[in-house]
Design a protein around this ligand. Sequence first.
Ligand code: SF4
Length: 363
Amino acid sequence: MTDPLSTPTRIWTPSRVLVTRSAADHPHSAEILRRCEAAGVEDIEMLTGDRLTGLRGENERQTYALAKKTLAVVVAPPSARKPQPIPPSADWRIDLARGCPAHCQYCYLAGSLSGPPVTRVYANLDEVLDGIPTHAGRGAVTSGTLERGHEGTTFELSCYTDPLGIEHVTGSVAEAVRRVGAGDYGDGVSLRFTTKFDDVDELLTIDHGRRTRVRMSVNADEVAHRFEGGTARMPARITALRRLALAGYRVGLTIAPVMPVPDWREQYGRLLADVAEALRDVPDLDLTVEIITHRFTESSKEILLSWYPATKLEMDESVRSAKRTKFGGVKYVYPKEAMAEMRSWFLDELDRVLPDAQFLYWT
Ligand code: SF4
């Protein structure tokens, strides 16, 4: 009998797939199309040019709905292939895709991607991954540092997508994990990504060489239940984390976005206890913890309200503190006292419940 908790709860399959002319020439497109066909996608359109067309519906709602059902196979231009610094998570960011089919009402992509929220997967995977050897040994977050030097030069895959959410129709993560695990880019590099999905079966079969850290994005039940549409349920994510850890992966928690919901201590306390219980007997466990509080900007708020006009997500500037970003914009975070109170509670609780976890940052 199949263990119900090991069955992925959500697997996204696009209703339509668009392949640009340039993307069609890349070998990874054949793998993407093979996976899409195997997943039952019937509407696959080979475009005659490189411009994506037909992305808009008659109104914002329709455009959003259409975009979230579409996978576009495109070529990453050189500007999108150059690894970028991504503190405090990793030395460098490389993107296998841009966009995500899930429906989180606080989605952190809202302010950073323009146009209809179509998921674009990169067909020129070889060129995208070529950024790894050119940047190996460089970087300020993990490379050569005392606390995280053992991770080598780190490459973050989940800045502009949830890579596992689209994996069964793209195969990009599996290929990247396999190559890095085999040492194709040297011994001193590692991959990391965070996800809200639990479809880990394929990853469990890969010879990953312990050079990939998979972090589960986790949250209090109330936050996940109300705001994280189209993602795997929390118990399924925690089970997936356990399965990855048992398969020898380095793992992690991305507790995000933390919100001071009414009984937040009980809710986050329960979450940490569930994780501790799931990982209790995992041999050689390597677990990190990153904690990110909820924040928004004027532009992300505007976009999120156009996508989710009825959202109950608190985005009220008057109860937040304005903080200047390094790009000159303003983000709204929780006031200093609330931040300090939550931070101190989380650190104490982690010490108590997950004493062997390495805490990486709070922001
Ligand atoms: S899973 Fe992540 S990227 Fe996808 S919608 Fe949710 S917050 Fe956005």
